[in-house]
Design a protein around this ligand. Structure first.
Ligand code: ACO
Ligand code: OAA
Length: 372
């Protein structure tokens, strides 16, 4: 048996959703740079689910479906109100809420393609409402009902604050959603595919994916980046802080990647946004610290920043609580998870790799009285 630790380089499936070739990321063949500059998140959702960009009518229909399905069951809100609210991470709340949504969806276990597509719409539509409702409830505020006249990005920010967001915030948030939407066979997407390949339901697949995204080696890194920036505090402290971490063989969050070698193509867009937004809100030090960390990492390891690094300061400038950064990643990645789940069902085979056993052999059972 050949063991490939962490399945590095193992090609586990074919897919027509996204690709990473020579450090270039494409969604259905469209370069991420092109989409980041030109596409809205709703267009990207349609692209990932239908493998084509929507025409006007198709886009309007998708927007209508998302708007009509955005409200969440009262039971989910009541559930949030029962939590020891200051001890619950929003990713744990999201994971639980997705599972709970499955309980209240009568079609949860209906497995035909049309029903699964309807569930995809419902999940994508409701994920923003879940994250924002939890955020408000833990602050002692009532959730804000989604609006049918706002874009997906604007609606998220509106439900979070109860106020209509400005154009700059919506544009930045929408771009961040586009950049995070899909990423080939990353850990959470693979988790979703493994789960539904047993012919389990969509809600189980998404619940599993949220759990995988939560970890700091994956989506949880964006919150960890903000924690690091907060600890560092000033540009002058960066050098010593980073060098000490590297000497101690600790990882610098937001750097490195399993697939990209020269750099993550999404990072430059977020870097630009971070520079602009930090200046705009009068807190340029977040960007300056980040850029200094990048410079040090580049000259020492060298390791380039990934998508999580500059997204941290971007979300901070949008006034978003730091522990909501990873749930926001999930709000966007929901579209990719769902595309992969639907693709898995279309051409399913159980995913079941092997393990090379390295434990003791030929042991004999010892009665409990004789064990030391
Ligand atoms: C959306 C996303 O999921 S993007 C990734 C988000 N995660 C992070 O930002 C967390 C920090 N980064 C990491 O932990 C890693 O780079 C990962 C998990 C992203 C990729 O991991 P792998 O491909 O398994 O690489 P691995 O962890 O084996 O690292 C290889 C070498 O680079 C070093 N390295 C990798 N990332 C970092 C880092 N961020 N800081 C310091 N050293 C690092 C490792 O210590 C290791 O060094 P060694 O060979 O001397 O032991
Ligand atoms: O692909 C990966 O391993 C992680 C990543 O960047 C993502 O999920 O966006």
């Amino acid at each position: 048996m050949t063991v490939t630790r962490g399945l590095e380089g193992v090609v586990a499936t074919t897919s027509t959703i996204s690709s990473i070739i020579d450090d270039t990321l494409t969604y259905v063949g469209y370069d991420i740079d092109d989409l980041a500059e030109n596409a809205t998140f709703e267009e990207v959702v349609y692209l990932l689910w239908h493998r084509k960009l929507p025409n006007k009518q198709e886009l309007e229909e998708l927007k209508k479906q998302l708007a009509e399905n955005a409200s969440i069951p009262k039971e989910v809100i009541d559930h949030f109100k029962m939590y020891p609210i200051d001890k619950v991470h929003p990713m744990a709340a999201l994971r639980t809420a997705i599972s709970l949504l499955g309980i209240y969806d009568e079609e949860a276990d209906v497995m035909d393609a049309e029903a699964n597509y309807r569930k995809a719409i419902r999940l994508q539509a409701k994920v923003s409402t879940i994250v924002t409702a939890f955020s408000r409830i833990r602050k002692g505020l009532e959730p804000v009902e989604p609006r049918k006249d706002l874009s997906f990005a604007a609606n998220f920010l509106y439900m979070l604050t109860g106020e209509e967001p400005n154009e700059i915030a919506v544009e930045a948030f929408d771009k961040a959603l586009v950049l995070h939407a899909d990423h080939e066979l990353n850990a959470s997407t693979f988790t979703a595919r493994v789960c539904v390949a047993t012919l389990s339901d969509v809600y189980s697949g998404i619940t599993a994916a949220v759990g995988a995204l939560k970890g700091p080696l994956h989506g949880g890194a964006n919150e960890a980046v903000m924690k690091m920036l907060t600890e560092i505090g000033t540009v002058e402290n960066v050098e010593q802080y980073i060098q000490k971490k590297l000497e101690n063989k600790e990882k610098i969050m937001g750097f490195g990647h399993r697939v990209y070698r020269e750099g993550d193509p999404r990072a430059k867009h977020l870097k630009k946004m971070s520079e602009k937004l930090t200046k705009l809100v009068g807190e340029p030090h977040w960007y300056e610290m980040s850029a200094k960390i990048e410079e040090i990492m580049n000259s020492t390891k060298p390791l380039p920043p990934n998508v999580d690094f500059y997204s941290a300061s971007v979300y901070h400038c949008l006034g978003i609580d730091h522990d909501l950064f990873t749930p926001i990643f999930a709000v966007s990645r929901m579209s990719g998870w769902l595309a992969h789940i639907l693709e898995q069902y279309e051409n399913n085979r159980l995913i079941r790799p092997r393990a090379e056993y390295t434990g003791p052999q030929k042991q004999k059972y010892v009665p409990i009285e004789q064990r030391i």
